[in-house]
Design a binder for this molecule. Structure first.
Ligand SMILES: [Zn+2]
Length: 229
C-alpha cells in the first residue's frame, strides 16, 4: 500500500487517482510533475523485519556481521539427556575395569556410543553459529567453530538479488510444520546459488535477506518460489 506519496518537485501530497502503481508512475495535480517511484514502492511493499530471536548483528569497521546461532532449546535437552547417560555409563565401565571382566560383560554398555554421539551432536549445535560478514567488496559466510561445509566468499558486485525459499522438505508433526528455509542469491548472469541452508525460522532467513539487501542497496524484486511475509 502506497501512503503519503509526495511530489519531488513541489512537495504536495499526491492523490490516489494520480498514482499508477503497476507502472510506478505518478502525476502531481498541483504542479503537473510526472515522476517514477519504483524504488519507493519496493521499499514500502515489504514490511520491515525486526531482528528475530537467534540472530545478533554487529559492525566491525565498515563490515556488517550478522550471526545466526544454531542454539535451540531442543538441542539443550538432547545434550543434557545424552550427556547424563554417557557420564553414567562411562563411570560404570571405569568401575568394572580393575576387575578385568570378560569382554561380553561390557556388551550392555554398547548403547553408550549413541549417548556419546548424541552429546557431541548436541554440543555442536549448541555452540555453532553461522557468521555472515559483508562489506563493500565481499559477502562471506562461514560456520564457526565447527565447519563441515565450505565457507563462501562472494564478490558483491555479482549479486543481483537475494531471496529466501522454503525447501518444502517439511514433515507434518501434529499441527506444526517443521520447515527449513534457505537463503539464495541470483547473480548478474542469472544463476541461482544457495548461500545458507537449514534455517528453521523463516523470519531469520527473511531478516538475513533484508539486511544484506539493505547494506548493498539492492532494490528487491520478486523471485519465483520466494518466501515473503
Ligand atoms: Zn508537484
Amino acid at each position: 500500500m502506497m501512503q503519503n506519496l509526495k511530489c519531488p518537485n513541489c512537495g504536495d501530497n499526491i492523490a490516489q487517482q494520480d498514482i499508477n502503481i503497476s507502472a510506478a508512475l505518478a502525476k502531481c495535480s498541483h504542479c503537473g510533475e510526472v515522476f517514477g517511484f519504483a524504488n519507493l514502492l519496493s521499499v514500502t511493499a515489504k514490511p520491515l523485519i525486526l531482528i528475530p530471536k537467534g540472530i545478533t548483528v554487529r559492525n566491525e569497521g565498515e563490515d556488517l556481521i550478522i550471526t545466526r546461532w544454531w542454539f535451540d532449546f531442543s538441542w539443550l535437552c538432547i545434550l543434557i539427556i545424552c550427556f547424563s547417560f554417557a557420564l553414567f555409563g562411562i563411570m560404570m565401565v571405569l568401575n568394572m575395569l580393575p576387575a578385568h571382566p570378560p569382554l561380553e560383560e561390557y556388551e550392555p554398555f554398547s548403547p553408550l556410543i549413541l549417548a556419546v554421539i548424541g552429546s557431541l551432536f548436541g554440543f555442536y549445535n549448541l555452540i555453532n553459529h553461522t557468521e555472515i560478514r559483508i562489506n563493500s567488496s565481499r559477502l562471506e559466510i562461514r560456520h564457526i567453530p565447527f565447519a563441515f561445509t565450505k565457507s563462501k566468499s562472494i564478490d558483491v558486485t555479482q549479486i543481483n538479488q537475494l531471496y529466501c525459499i522454503d525447501r518444502s522438505s517439511y514433515q507434518r508433526s501434529g499441527e506444526n510444520e517443521v520447515c527449513r528455509f534457505s537463503v539464495w542469491m541470483v547473480s548478474n548472469n542469472g544463476d541461482h546459488q544457495k548461500l545458507i541452508t537449514g534455517i528453521n525460522y523463516g523470519m531469520q532467513a527473511l531478516y538475513i535477506v533484508q539486511e544484506i539487501e539493505r547494506y548493498l542497496k539492492i532494490v528487491d524484486k520478486p523471485v519465483i518460489d520466494e518466501v515473503t511475509m
